[in-house]
Design a protein around this ligand. Structure first.
Ligand code: ADE
Length: 231
């Protein structure tokens, strides 16, 4: 079993890479694919860059060229729910791309036109493992639910309200939904683990700068507990 692990930014993968025994590094599509062992598991870990296109290219390379069996996307996100604060972790059990809009044809906002699903459901056993990992890390507050994705760093309370009302989302970010779509198209199990760095409101960019480090620490702790359970 080879696990593909994707983060958007180098700081999100830093702790994992410190723990990884790296056998090889290859650059493809401007991304460095680290192949090796981490937490007793064979893995390919990669920083994909920010946004849906980078994330989709990366996920497809992991699947087509590295033949990964499962994909985990880990990193930080903007919190949507009122009780969700920086440092908390959200396990995505399904993903929606909120910026896909073919409503002119009568589709619901977020629907990828002509695809047979509205949301991209994370693998149930990976979600279950992530939940167990959350229990083990009881000091970290965790939630399970929908994460929404779009090519925007959200710093707008009105948009957060819309994410809540329209999508019942718990968090927003910029990659998970496209990784989810690639995995769906390739029938590869996946899950998204995100820690909150900000509440996507007016001060989001400042909170992001302040809380990303604790977010990364928490999401990596959950990921580690989870991966250790996978063998
Ligand atoms: N990732 C972390 N915070 C975010 C935000 N506010 N919007 C989009 N992606 C994020």
């Amino acid at each position: 079993m080879t696990l593909g692990i994707i983060s958007a930014m180098s700081e999100e993968l830093e702790i994992l890479l410190q723990d990884m025994k790296i056998d090889s590094k290859e650059t493809k599509a401007n991304m460095i694919f680290h192949k090796g062992m981490v937490w007793n598991t064979e893995a390919v870990a990669v920083v994909c860059g920010i946004g849906k296109v980078n994330a989709a290219v990366c996920a497809q390379i992991l699947i087509s060229e590295y033949k990964v069996d499962k994909v985990i996307n880990v990193g930080v996100a903007g919190g949507v729910g009122k009780e969700i604060y920086p440092g908390d972790v959200v396990i995505g059990d399904n993903l929606v791309q909120y910026d896909m809009d073919t409503t002119a044809f009568g589709d619901p906002i977020g629907q990828i036109p002509r695809l047979d699903t509205f949301d991209f459901k994370c693998d149930e056993s990976l979600v279950a493992l992530a939940k167990e990992a959350c229990k083990e890390n009881g000091n970290i507050k965790s939630f399970v639910g929908r994460i929404v994705t779009g090519d925007q760093f959200v710093a707008d309370p009105a948009k957060v309200k819309w994410f809540d009302e329209e999508f019942k989302a718990l968090a927003c970010e910029m990659e998970g939904g496209s990784i989810a779509q690639v995995c769906y198209l390739n029938k590869i199990p996946f899950v998204v683990i995100r820690s909150i760095s900000d509440n996507a409101n007016n001060g989001a960019h400042m909170d992001f700068a302040e809380f990303t480090a604790i977010g990364v620490k928490n999401s990596t702790s959950i990921l580690k507990s989870m991966v250790l359970k996978m063998n």
